[in-house]
Design a protein around this ligand. Structure first.
Ligand code: FAD
Length: 441
């Protein structure tokens, strides 16, 4: 917290330059910076570091009063937990692994936070996991694991329809892993995702991104409202004034673009807009619950899965890193509904569900909670992107530079043929790539 306060005050002073009349600034230089980076998440921060290495001048404009975007280590419950990204996926080629090593931030294999699993149906213990449900799950995972380039661009539901009963499991997989309903997700887009070893950062993935950003010129609480490429360079409007740069890297989440959160002049090319329209945003949400040290007989760590119906489930991730915190995960339309009710009601609902499983002692030992409903967060409008069925080319369309000086980068365009999409690692790769291109403008 202290870090953010001091950072905000520093940037409050720096931000003053944005308020200068443009005519005054134009006397000193045609452009304020070589490159403006919009968004201080994984993509924006890595883009900045790449531009720094290339000797370019840049500034990061960030809407929130903190850095990290969808990587955020929340400490408000007295012990840290990652409210957004947790796993350094496919660590073999993920830039965050090397960054963590360079910064001497310890990482450990994700098996350290994977314990036993317990299954419940509406509060009643169930044998799912050992029985038919698990068979269906494994059938689907086998299909997905062996899926390669020849996958049709249809929904996940259509992709697994031939598996009969087993197909029922796709709903849970889609909601909890991809954050959305399987009808909304392109099987081809999903098949392109990379897999590999997963690591976790005990001190927090969000804090790692924050540490990597330390010392960068980041203007917090500075939302970009409009981008104009009709004149020379790029003009970016913020409540503090207008900034002109040679090029810009736009890392705002697809959800923000879809909601029209940034106005473009001239209008975006048809193909770019098709890219935005062809992507959806999942709704994976987390609620952190703090308890008083009572572990209710559950070993650290334990994964508790509660099925609430065919289209609703909660995963209670208990005592990861041996902390007195349970993180409740839920996704898809269920998450949209729950977080849409507001934090107080959502927390009460999730605690009630946990009490159904554990018993009344869970309520007695409950200390506090915090909700991260990414689908109602105005600066993300969703957890991460997926291509809609029939739109597996959407990421490639979005990635095309606009006017040869406006570059879209972020998880949505992450990693070669988009194997890195959805992840903080992919966002970093996209940020680095966009920086190389922007440096040439
Ligand atoms: C619940 C959850 C779990 C996840 N789990 C994992 C995981 O385990 N592993 C993994 O790799 N990934 C995971 N992810 C995804 C990962 O967090 C994202 O893919 C990644 O952090 C995206 O980085 P980014 O830079 O593309 O976007 P962001 O981090 O969203 O950064 C974009 C920035 O732009 C800012 N912004 C938005 N609008 C404006 C504007 N108009 N002007 C200025 N700034 C603006 C935002 O505030 C934000 O800071 C998870 C995400 C969620 C939500």
């Amino acid at each position: 917290m202290t870090k953010l306060v001091s950072r905000r005050s520093v940037f409050g002073v720096m931000g003053a330059s944005l308020a200068l009349p443009h005519a005054l600034r134009a006397q000193t230089a045609a452009f304020d910076f070589d490159v403006a980076i919009v968004g201080a998440g994984a993509a924006g921060v890595t883009a900045a570091r790449a531009l720094q290495k290339l000797g370019k001048s840049f500034v990061i404009l960030e809407a929130r009063d903190r850095i990290g975007g969808r990587t955020f280590t929340d400490t408000s419950l007295g012990a840290p937990f990652d409210a957004g990204a947790l796993y350094i996926h496919w660590a073999e080629r993920n830039p965050w692994r090397d960054i963590a090593d360079a910064l001497k931030v310890p990482t450990i294999d994700s098996s350290a936070i994977r314990g036993g699993s317990r299954f419940f149906d509406n509060g009643a213990q169930s044998e799912r996991g050992g029985g038919r449900g698990r068979g269906g799950f494994q059938e689907i995972m086998k299909l997905f694991d062996t899926d390669e380039g020849d996958v049709p661009d249809v929904s996940l539901v259509q992709r697994v329809a031939h598996l009969g009963d087993g197909a029922q499991s796709v709903s849970g997989i889609a909601r909890m892993a991809l954050g959305d309903e399987p009808e909304n997700i392109s099987a081809l887009d999903y098949a392109r995702l990379w897999s590999g070893d997963d690591l976790v950062v005990p001190s927090g993935y969000g804090d790692l991104v924050g540490l990597y950003a330390r010392g960068l010129d980041i203007r917090l609480s500075t939302p970009v409202t409009a981008i104009d490429t009709s004149g020379a360079g790029v003009a970016l409007d913020t409540p503090g004034g207008r900034l002109r740069t040679r090029a810009a890297i736009l890392t705002v989440p697809v959800g923000v673009l879809k909601a029209g959160g940034v106005r473009f002049t001239p209008e975006l090319p048809v193909s770019t807009q098709e890219g935005i329209n062809g992507l959806g945003m999942g709704a994976l949400s987390k609620i952190g619950l703090r308890f008083d040290g009572n572990r209710f007989g559950l070993k650290a760590p334990t994964d508790v899965w509660e099925r609430l119906g065919p289209r609703a489930s909660i995963n209670f991730d208990c005592w990861s890193f041996d902390r007195d915190i349970v993180v409740a995960y839920f996704g898809g339309d269920h998450a949209r509904d729950v977080v849409g009710r507001g934090s107080k009601e959502a927390v009460a609902y999730v605690l009630d569900e946990f009490v159904k499983i554990i018993g009344p002692e869970a309520r007695k030992s409950f200390v506090g909670a915090v909700m991260h409903g990414w689908s109602v967060d105005p600066w993300s409008m969703g957890c991460y992107s997926h291509a809609l069925p029939g739109h597996a080319d959407a990421r490639a369309k979005l990635k095309q530079p606009v006017a040869e000086r406006l570059f879209f980068a972020g998880e949505a365009t992450g990693g070669e043929g988009f194997g890195g999409a959805m992840t903080a690692g992919g966002a970093a790769l996209a940020g680095q790539e966009a920086a190389m291109a922007a440096a040439k403008v």
